[in-house]
Design a protein around this ligand. Structure first.
Ligand code: IVH
Length: 689
């Protein structure tokens, strides 16, 4: 889908279900199925087939049938409260004046540059005073008041068009529904940030965890997810808050300074921030010390902040300074350094991967690192664990590498309690007890037993992974249950499962059983490379699978490949080739392969030929949105591709990273509501290495 996400399709396609006579029950069933299919196309795949109005007509027809025949209204998409992820059935709102972004200052030097720029622009060296305010990590919204009453609330969206969230905003207690004394009677547009404070964020995640629901990565995602609900009773339960920081037309307040404007907002009944960082500074060096103080105090604030907004205080200078298409020239967002956090190691566990690799993983007291909740981090392998000498009970410093993957940087030895013993790396597999093997020159110890239950489970999970056969609904829990109940011994047994089999399991209802069977059925014809990747052959990941699939057109052709044929392929060396041969020759894989080569069970389709480059971003899917300051979009694409990553045009739950430049559009909004990893330019550059 393009940046303009407001239509289900750019074409004016036909209605997918043409109106017709017939039995109401059948008709309703047909409509339900179609509506669900279009929801997936639109919300999950970002590739709608029909225009919005055709979709709306189907929904209305179904609602009509359900009203006339209430018995048909059960299990209907018309009554499903939670919107699909990325719910965009909210109405569009066009902002009168665009909701801009802010330029960022990533160092003290860049803050100084901001003042220089302002002075140069004004052609004056007169001293300037500034108003500072924390930069809240939430969602920008605009509130419209007419005759003193709240009439409309909208998200920022792409800056020009947002979404109507009025009924949800009405559930936020601290947002005035009527303006206080002194407020203008005419139209007023107040802007500010909706956020979730840290306590509410923890409470919500605990509740979700207990209910077996996915947890939000950070308060901003939680706030976004809560605000863009179709059902405002859900929003109401999530205690959202609001800080105002401006007006679409600052002159409407009658104030002369930004500080005065903030005072007016407060008088009219809006919450304004009062930590002490929201104040006037007579000059920039005073503002710099507010910045340092806030950075030091940020963990003590009840809400997340990621910087300090420094704004020219004198409102009469704002129109003279104006704005670029992205951001006003009178303000800058001074960002804090990416954060490290200290936490306690509660346990170190050895996980057994699908190829038998024994990986130590540290489990820690959950902490927020740059706004993301982190509770575990890999220690990679035995050597790495020894080098860092992490022990259970230690306090460790956590960072998110490139602000993405959590990493234990080091142990705080001063806080190490007396008597902690070093972690002993096991000599045997913790799951099946087989003696672990570590080959000379390798950092990884492995469990050599391919029948180890942990490996079997990990292979089953990998089989269904999004980079393999992409079977939705088959994660760790379902895999463990299928194995424990003997319904599946080999991944290929999945293709013989029936909905009945699944219904016999705890936690599987009619709906989830049918869904999983459908996902398995879809997997039967996925691309050949996905099947190859799904096999869990050592050294054969997504990229090598694609190379193999471009040369061999079936699993049986690949199973007969010779060393020479394999090595003749670009980028396939002796080690990979040998691993492929070993795999197909091993009697252990015989039954499994036999089943997968049985074309009554599966029929892999020919693979796309695109073969990504190998690199640190191998297989990662990126979506770019907004404008980057240090490179063009073409350059960003080339750099991602050079590292093996792929750039796609639309956001979906498959996306690994969304790179958001300035004036990022609806893709960013989508990404946030899907809880995807969003990289700003700085984090993106770090990720590129
Ligand atoms: S002033 C022209 N003040 O930051 C924009 N914005 O990058 C004037 N934000 O989407 C905004 N805290 O939602 C301002 N104290 C604060 C803020 C703040 C957070 C957000 C805002 C905007 C983004 C700009």
């Amino acid at each position: 889908m393009t940046e303009n996400t407001n239509s289900r399709a750019s074409s004016t396609g036909d209605d997918a279900v043409s109106p017709g006579p017939g039995n109401p029950a059948e008709r309703a069933a047909r409509l339900r199925e179609e509506i669900r299919r279009h929801n997936v196309l639109y919300f999950q795949d970002d590739s709608p087939e029909i225009p919005d109005d055709a979709y709306d007509r189907m929904v209305r027809e179904l609602e009509g049938l359900e009203a006339a025949h209430p018995e048909l209204a059960k299990n209907s998409p018309t009554s499903e409260v939670a919107p699909p992820p990325g719910g965009r059935s909210l109405n569009e709102v066009v902002h009168d004046s665009p909701m801009l972004s802010l330029d960022k200052a990533l160092s003290v030097q860049e803050i100084l540059d901001f003042e220089d720029r302002v002075k140069r622009f004004l052609g004056s060296s007169e001293p300037l005073s500034f108003y500072t305010m924390p930069k809240f990590d939430g969602l920008a919204v605009e509130l419209s008041y007419n005759d003193g009453g709240l009439t409309l609330a909208s998200t920022r969206g792409d800056g020009r068009r947002g979404e109507d969230i009025t009924s949800n905003v009405r559930t936020i207690d601290c947002i005035p529904k009527k303006l206080g004394p002194g407020a203008p009677g005419s139209a007023v547009y107040v802007r500010g940030e909706v956020y979730m404070d840290k306590d509410e964020f923890s409470r919500l995640n605990e509740e979700r965890e207990a209910a077996g629901q996915s947890i939000f990565a950070n308060p901003r995602n939680a706030a976004a997810g809560s605000l863009r609900q179709l059902d405002s009773t859900v929003t109401q339960k999530r205690k959202l808050k609001f800080f105002s920081y401006g007006l679409s037309d600052p002159e409407a307040s009658g104030a002369k300074t930004y500080g005065g404007l903030m005072k007016a907002l407060s008088d009219w009944g809006f919450p304004v921030e009062t930590s002490g960082a929201s104040r006037v500074s007579e000059n920039l060096s005073e503002a710099l010390s507010v910045f340092r103080d806030l950075e030091a105090a940020r963990d003590n604030l009840p809400f997340e902040v990621d910087g300090l907004v420094i704004t020219v205080d004198d409102l009469s200078l704002w129109p003279r300074l104006g704005a670029t298409s992205r951001a006003p020239r009178y303000a800058v967002a001074a960002k804090f350094k990416p954060r490290a956090a200290m936490t306690k190691v509660l346990a170190i566990e050895i996980q057994v991967g699908r190829t038998g690799a024994l990986t130590p993983v540290a489990f820690m007291e959950p902490v927020l690192v740059s706004g993301v909740r982190v509770a575990q981090a890999t220690l990679h392998n035995e050597d790495e664990l020894k080098r860092k000498d992490v022990r259970v009970g230690d306090y460790v410093i956590l960072q998110r590498a490139g602000d993405v993957i959590p990493e234990i940087v080091e142990v705080d030895l001063e806080r190490r309690p007396a008597g902690l013993s070093a972690f002993e790396f096991p000599k045997t597999c913790p799951v099946c007890g087989t003696e672990a093997v570590r080959k000379p020159g390798e950092a990884v110890s492995r469990c050599p037993n391919r029948s180890c239950p942990a490996q079997i489970e990990a292979r089953l999970i990998h089989f269904a992974h999004k980079n393999a056969l992409d079977i939705d609904g088959l994660g760790q829990k379902a895999a463990a249950m299928l194995l424990a109940n003997g319904l599946v011994r080999l991944p290929s047994d999945l293709f013989r499962l029936t909905a009945e089999d699944l219904r016999s399991l705890p936690r599987f209802g009619d709906k989830s059983a049918a869904k999983l069977i459908e996902a398995i059925n879809e997997a039967r014809t996925k691309s050949l490379w996905r099947f190859i990747n799904a096999l869990s052959i050592r050294h054969v990941g997504e990229r090598v699978s694609q190379i193999l699939a471009s040369r061999f057109d079936s699993l049986s052709a690949l199973s007969e490949a010779t060393m020479d044929q394999l090595q003749a392929l670009n980028d396939i060396g002796p080690e990979v080739a040998k691993s492929v041969l070993d795999y197909f020759q091993s009697p252990l894989n015989h039954n499994f392969l036999q089943a997968l080569m049985d074309d009554s069970l599966v029929s892999p389709s020919p693979s796309e030929t695109e073969i990504p480059a190998e690199g640190s971003l191998s297989g990662k899917r990126f979506v770019l949105t907004g404008t980057l300051k240090t490179m063009t979009r073409a350059e960003a694409k080339a750099r991602i591709a050079a590292k093996g990553g792929r750039v796609l045009s639309s956001v979906s739950k498959e996306t690994d990273y969304v790179v958001a430049g300035e004036a990022a559009g609806s893709k960013l909004t989508n990404a946030r509501s899907l809880g995807l990893t969003v990289l700003d330019e700085e984090a993106f550059i770090k990720t590129l290495g």
